[in-house]
Design a protein around this ligand. Structure first.
Ligand code: ADP
Length: 252
């Protein structure tokens, strides 16, 4: 069995008297793409930010790559990649300069062009962040998670607001990152995306995990209860038309 990269045990988070995360436990295995799904306000970002060492937990135990979060937060920071807020992208700098700056902060020697190649942005090396399209911005933001060559990356709704092609391009990128051995934790509101990308998903509602399994198993469990979706009468949908007409390549 794969090694456990993240272990969360009975995690609680209270904001004042509000109990946002109510004792959740889960494990993420090495090389997995693990999805955290759930309605707005369920507690996904809170959970991710606690694991990322950016937020204090109220109680519970967290281990990342065998290290206890309370004992070794700085060691944990070195092996995780977190998307920066876009406000961190100094407006006067182009993409190459931003990567060089972040690499300096991480004390890493990184070739900006090699990194931009990974996310198909070499031709934008001299562009400013604000000049990028939505898909390009997300790809750049994913590139910044890779600067410290992390073992685990955290992606919080990386495809929200993107067009269908840009979403698919991002899926390929995320699969490539995983193929190179990186463990990925992702949140998304797109269930088709979770189905395509995630090996396993945890569904969080109201601060509790209400289901945790592979998308396939969860669907089979639902079908086994007798659930049946109204039959689709057409062999394609409007998204298929959009993709068919506009193509798949990295142009946005
Ligand atoms: P999700 O990412 O699933 O949308 P969040 O983790 O952002 O959920 O939020 C979970 C709950 O905790 C929400 O009800 C939210 O309003 C609340 N919450 C999040 N951050 C804070 C905070 N800093 N102070 C008070 N309440 C917060």
């Amino acid at each position: 069995m794969n090694k456990v990269m993240i272990s969360v045990k009975d995690l609680h988070k209270k904001y004042g008297s509000f109990h946002a995360v109510k004792g959740i436990s889960f494990e993420v295995l090495e090389g997995e793409i693990f999805g955290l799904l759930g309605p707005n306000g369920a507690g996904k970002s809170t959970t991710l930010e606690i694991i990322e060492t950016l937020r204090e937990k109220t109680s519970g135990e967290i281990w990342v790559n065998g290290m206890n979060l309370e004992e070794a937060p700085n060691e944990i920071k070195k092996i995780i990649g977190v998307q920066l807020q876009s406000s961190g992208y100094y407006p006067g700098l182009n993409l190459t300069e931003l990567i060089t700056l972040f690499a300096g902060l991480y004390n890493r020697d990184v070739d900006p062009l090699t990194l931009l190649d990974k996310v198909n942005l070499r031709d934008k090396q001299k562009a400013k962040y604000k000049e990028l399209s939505g898909g390009q911005k997300q790809r750049f933001s994913i590139a910044t998670t890779l600067i410290n060559q992390p073992k685990i990356i955290f992606l919080d709704e990386p495809t929200t607001g993107l067009d269908p092609q840009a979403r698919r391009n991002l899926w390929e990128l995320i699969k490539n990152i995983r193929a190179q051995g990186t463990t990925v934790i992702i949140t998304t509101h797109y269930m088709d995306e979770a189905e395509v990308l995630c090996d396993r998903v945890a569904i969080i509602d109201n601060g509790n995990i209400i289901a945790l399994n592979s998308p396939d198993q969860l669907i089979d469990e639902l079908v086994a209860t007798g659930f049946e979706r109204p039959k689709e009468v057409k062999q394609a949908n409007l998204e298929d038309v959009f993709i068919h007409l506009t193509g798949h390549e990295f142009k946005n």
